[in-house]
Design a protein around this ligand. Structure first.
Ligand code: MOS
Length: 750
């Protein structure tokens, strides 16, 4: 056994250490260790910390989409009972930066760029007093206009820009391929904006100790968030500590700091006492990032055998002027299917709606659902099974770039998923199956999501009593970080889970990856594994065997000719502490790394009303090693539930008169609830991928949404013959195109 020469992941670590261990906890569907705290209400979330002398802040949001704040009439509320201050500061109202360590743009506090942008903070003794004063605070505007820029590149005054974050992919001659094609599809789809709708609203308690700032908050990537807040307030990063052991969901909305954090920090500094700012659900909707709406043109050109010779995927997305983030709609299209003649491109329409940013599986979530619906259209034109079409179009290497795949379980996912789902019962033409007043149909879609590694550190201490402590500022946003990091350490050090303690979510610990882009588990997990490997080397030396020969199980060490000894003996009263590090290296470029899968959906479409019900879904996924079969399955389930929302209900609706977000709560923004979610089957395909990470695992957190809505849309078409190219597929879009409910086939029994 050798230690990695460099912490850069420059070549696949083929040693596959985890499979050589003996404890047998890795991959097991173990419960989350923090679960009992969460279900008993004793896990402390951001707003729940009790801090002496803490006062309450409530944000005040702009009531116009574009213009200037000319006056904030503080005096009108300062005399109210309990009101302490009204604060308006440029740093507080500017947008959260979207790029790593990017300087937030300097701008005038008084400039309003979207309806709902925070313009002031009211601080009072109690939350109710602060809220009351915030609602009453008079704000005056000049230059107020309505929604000046709709999501329409043809509208007057609209700017459309190439994003700085991605370049088009071009190869061959797509137009010619479309002309030469035996079968082709040229379609335009649109998808609406989405809210992340994390269960825990954004909240921060800020507390200064001298010139140092402590934030209790709800964030996804703490060491990055420290940089952001330090940048915002002009502090050095060592003056900022963030504590976030429990985070009630993020889905991208907590990747970056949000306004309440900056407002709380500024207010606490100004007032010399701790300040808590909790956003209301409506404020979260109005001010925290959204997923961009998209308009996507897909062109597919196939030869007579159903092989793609051309592939076009062009998307319009939106964001505020100056924002770097552009929903990377074509990210998976780049490597998923063949078609040497291609054009993949994203352009950004600049509009006055709240900042667009990463929302679970940015790019694939909306790109895959459209690509997969278009593939269904092509399969129908060719007259082949949609699964067969996909299998025929898996390239040997990434088109244009020529990069090899690290591993790809797409064929297996399609085949095993089809078997489990009962795909063979599907009718290949629409309107063939009825169950009473409902048309029944089945659909399939591929899943794909890029795998990413980001720099991560973790410290592991094997204490003298033979227990392990794992420490990292890695967050657990409901995904299972506590569980899987403990399992990796337990497996590597031969300890049962009862003897592994995982401490996360505090920047006093080494900087983990954070939770984002499905990279937390593989990045911070690899750091934990390397830290344990270093500990193993020391244990082997103490025992007197080669590191390769060391066997650790249930707190006992053995190996070579050395007699087995309890770890506690071997440690001889000393702790062993090691810090593991991993950074992305050459493997990130030399291999195309992605997690894959397949979705199957059966839907019922009401023959008279067009209402769609998802009856059942199956997902089969291959994402390298499964670190914990329960938490991985839950991620896939959650993604598929969002797929149902994307397909049928979720849509941010902006008022075109004044730009305000109309459905800014969970009553009006419809996420699937229990009654909308049928039995969902998840199949986990074991795989090893050494190029992706030393754990041989890939990301899974976002995979379950990447294409799921496409399978549902395809099932809707298969049921009733209505192809809706505008998500979500609400009944008003389906109803006008429904066939005669009494037409032939209507009496087919299910
Ligand atoms: Mo994810 S949208 O990168 O939290």
């Amino acid at each position: 056994m050798h230690l990695p020469l460099s912490d850069m992941y420059n070549q696949p670590d083929e040693r596959n250490l985890l499979d050589q261990m003996r404890q047998g906890v890795i991959g097991q569907p173990l419960d989350r260790p923090e679960g009992p705290l969460k279900v008993s209400g004793t896990a402390t979330y951001a707003a729940e910390w009790r801090i002496d002398g803490c006062v309450e802040g409530v944000l005040v949001l702009a009531g116009i989409a574009q213009g200037q704040v000319s006056k904030i009439d503080r005096d009108a509320v300062l005399s109210r009972e309990g009101v302490i201050a009204v604060i308006a500061d440029p740093a507080m109202t500017r947008r959260p930066a979207q790029g790593m360590a990017a300087k937030a743009p300097q701008q005038d506090a008084a400039k309003v760029e979207y309806f709902g942008q925070p313009v002031a903070l009211v601080v009072a003794q109690t939350f109710e007093q602060a809220r009351d004063a915030a609602l009453a605070l008079p704000i005056y505007y000049t230059d107020a206009e309505g929604d000046p820029v709709p999501f329409d590149p043809a509208a007057p005054g609209v700017k459309v820009e190439a994003p700085s974050s991605s370049k088009p992919v071009e190869g061959g001659d797509l137009d010619q391929a479309m002309q030469d094609a035996a079968f082709s599809v040229d379609v335009e789809y649109d998808t609406p904006g989405h809210a992340s709708a994390a269960m825990e609203p954004h909240a921060t308690i800020a507390q200064w100790q001298g010139d140092s700032l402590i934030l209790h908050g709800s964030y996804q990537m703490l060491s990055y968030n420290v940089k952001e807040i330090a940048d915002c307030l002009g502090l050095s990063t060592d003056k900022v500590r963030i504590i976030a052991p429990y985070v009630g969901g993020g889905f991208g909305s907590k990747l970056g700091i949000t306004h309440e954090a900056v407002a709380a920090a500024l207010a606490a500094r100004g007032l010399g006492r701790p300040v808590r700012v909790v956003m209301s659900r409506q404020q979260v909707f109005q001010t925290v990032i959204r997923r961009s709406e998209t308009r996507q043109r897909v062109r597919l050109a196939a030869d007579p055998a159903g092989r793609l010779i051309g592939l076009g995927h062009e998307a319009l997305v939106s964001n505020l002027p100056g924002e770097k983030f552009a929903e990377p709609v074509t990210q998976a299209t780049e490597f998923l299917y063949g078609g040497e003649n291609r054009l993949l491109k994203v352009e950004v329409v600049r509009i006055s709606r709240l900042t667009a940013g990463s929302v679970r599986a940015p790019g694939e979530a909306v790109g895959m659902q459209v690509l997969e619906a278009a593939m269904d259209e092509l399969a129908e034109k060719i007259g082949i099974d949609p699964i067969e079409l996909r299998k025929r179009n898996l390239p040997a290497e990434v088109p244009v770039a020529g990069t090899p795949y690290s591993s790809r379980m797409l064929t297996q996912a399609l085949e095993q998923g089809a078997e489990a789902f009962g795909w063979s019962a599907r009718q290949d033409r629409p309107c063939q199956t009825r169950d009473g007043d409902w048309w029944i149909g089945m659909g399939v879609a591929s899943a794909a999501r890029v795998n990413m590694m980001v720099p991560a550190k973790a410290k592991v201490t094997l204490t003298a009593d033979g227990s392990a402590v794992v420490e990292s500022d890695q967050t657990d946003i409901g995904t299972g970080s506590y569980a899987i990091l403990g399992q990796i350490a337990g497996e590597m050090l031969g300890l049962p889970m009862s003897r592994v303690d995982v401490k996360l979510g505090d920047t006093v610990h080494p900087a983990g990856a954070g939770s984002g882009g499905s990279f937390g588990a593989i990045s911070t997990g690899s750091a934990v594994m390397y830290a344990c490997e270093a500990i193993r080397a020391k244990l082997a030396k103490a025992l007197g065997c080669d590191a390769d020969a060391l066997v650790l199980k249930d707190g006992m060490a053995s190996g070579g000719n050395a007699p087995a000894r309890p770890l506690r003996d071997l440690l001889n009263g000393e702790d062993i502490a090691e810090t593991g590090t991993i950074k992305p290296g050459k493997t990130a470029k030399s291999f195309s790394q992605a997690s894959y899968g397949a979705f199957f959906a059966e839907v019922a479409v009401h023959a008279f009303t067009g209402e769609v019900r998802v009856r059942r879904m199956t997902g089969a996924f291959g994402f390298g090693r499964v670190l914990n079969a329960k938490t991985a399955r839950s991620q896939c389930l959650g993604g598929m539930v969002w797929g149902i929302g994307s397909a049928l209900t979720e849509e941010l609706a902006f008022d075109t008169r004044d730009g305000h977000l109309v459905n800014h709560d969970l009553a009006e923004y419809h996420v699937p609830v229990h009654a909308d979610v049928p039995a969902i089957e998840v199949i986990l395909l074991e795989e090893r991928d050494a190029a992706a990470s030393p754990l041989q695992a890939k990301g899974v957190g976002e995979l379950g949404i990447c294409g799921a809505a496409g399978a549902i849309a395809n099932a809707v078409y298969n049921a009733c013959g209505v192809r809706v190219r505008s998500f979500p597929l609400t009944l008003d879009k389906i109803l006008p195109a429904l066939p005669d409910p009494f037409a032939s086939g209507a009496d087919t029994a299910l």
